[in-house]
Design a protein around this ligand. Structure first.
Ligand SMILES: Nc1ncnc2c1ncn2[C@@H]1O[C@H](COP(=O)(O)OP(=O)(O)OP(=O)(O)O)[C@@H](O)[C@H]1O
Ligand SMILES: [Mg+2]
Length: 338
């Protein structure tokens, strides 16, 4: 995507606070006392399993869904009762399809029409938005004649053209193949850096969350179970749930029966006579070549235990059924608050 028209774009990210938001559908409570502070210009990702309330949270932010308690502030101003069209919030949803009978230009233009931006000004802003996502050459096409990735870029231009303070994206890349997804992820990250816009992104793909985000909010059954900068969540998860949801994690128990975690990349094969902080004996189930290394899938008692080892590690003799000693350092052990 091009960035030549950036200085004319004049976007300014704004901070968002979600304060004690509760929401029910009938007597089923979907959001439980959500508290979140998102800084101006932050790329914040809501990550959670299907049904955990991510889309509902975005709809509440956008103003599509009313909520029962709490408030939403943008730059300190309570917007809880501001209608959708008056919130400067752009949206890109996976199934928020482009209007099929309208050209790319008209699709992007739509939000400006709704906001009574007319004539020259409207034309100029649509051109800028299309240029931003490198789709200026496709302005007279109909969406049906574009690839999935191109349609997604038009959807992004349509969201950006209103110059939103905040951009909400609900699994916008879910329908794309892996290569295209990674390419658009990179472009999105660059666009975010250059526009300085606040983004609230939804995905259930933990790898995508790690790649894109400044901060991650882990949701489970309508609650925030942990939120914070990406590295904090990865290196200091406060529960086994978070440790296993964001990245892979082996769970073990200490002598007192307390659960702790160790990530596969922090486990090594114990060398002969090595004095290690921790070691476990396991039985190999399979060795999977991953390209960048190998994953040894084994069992410790009744539990699965995996180790990711470098390609330089000799793996002769580690066939199915073999007994292997793994080692890891106390420093890498994840201890959980709860
Ligand atoms: N309009 C609705 N009426 C009643 N219940 C709803 C409605 N929309 C969502 N729900 C319920 O609220 C819960 C959260 O739904 P939501 O769509 O927010 O989940 P999600 O985290 O976005 O899941 P997914 O990853 O599958 O998109 C689900 O149990 C869902 O069935
Ligand atoms: Mg959803």
């Amino acid at each position: 995507m091009k960035t030549s028209s950036l200085e004319r774009f004049e976007l300014q990210g704004r901070p968002v606070s979600i304060v004690g938001v509760n929401k029910s559908y009938g007597n089923y409570q979907v959001l439980h006392d959500i508290q979140l502070d998102i800084a101006a210009g932050e790329f914040c990702t809501l990550l959670g399993a299907s049904g955990s309330g991510k889309t509902t949270m975005l709809k509440v932010l956008a103003g599509f869904e009313p909520f029962d308690q709490g408030r939403i502030e943008v730059a300190g101003r309570d917007i809880s009762h501001v209608p959708v069209s008056k919130r400067d919030i752009g949206m890109v949803f996976q199934n928020y399809a482009l209007f099929p009978h309208m050209t790319v230009r008209d699709n992007v233009s739509f939000g400006l029409e709704m906001r009574n931006v007319r004539g020259q000004e409207r034309r100029r802003r649509v051109d800028e938005a299309l240029e931003l996502v490198s789709m200026q050459d496709y302005s007279e096409r109909l969406p049906g004649s574009l690839s999935g990735g191109q349609q997604q870029r038009v959807a992004l231009a349509r969201a950006l053209v209103i110059r939103p303070d905040i951009l909400l994206m609900d699994e916008p890349l879910g329908a794309l193949d892996k290569n295209l997804r990674q390419s658009i992820q990179l472009q999105l990250k660059q666009l975010h850096r250059e526009l300085g816009i606040t983004i609230v992104y939804v995905t259930h793909d933990q790898e995508e969350a790690l790649h894109l985000s400044d901060s991650i909010v882990i949701m489970e059954k309508g609650r925030v179970v942990q939120s914070g900068p990406v590295r904090d969540l990865y290196f200091k998860p406060n529960s086994s749930f978070v440790a296993c949801f964001l990245g892979e994690c082996n769970l073990l128990r200490d002598e007192a029966g307390r659960a702790f975690g160790i990530r596969p990349e922090d486990v090594r094969i114990r060398s002969a006579n090595e004095r290690a902080d921790h070691s476990v004996q396991a039985q190999v189930e399979s060795v999977i070549f991953m390209g960048s290394g190998s994953k040894i899938v084994a069992r410790v008692g009744d539990s699965a235990f995996t180790a990711n080892v470098a390609n330089t590690t000799p793996l002769d003799g580690y066939e199915r059924g073999a007994i292997v000693e793994f080692a890891f350092d106390e420093q890498r052990v994840l201890r959980f608050a709860a």
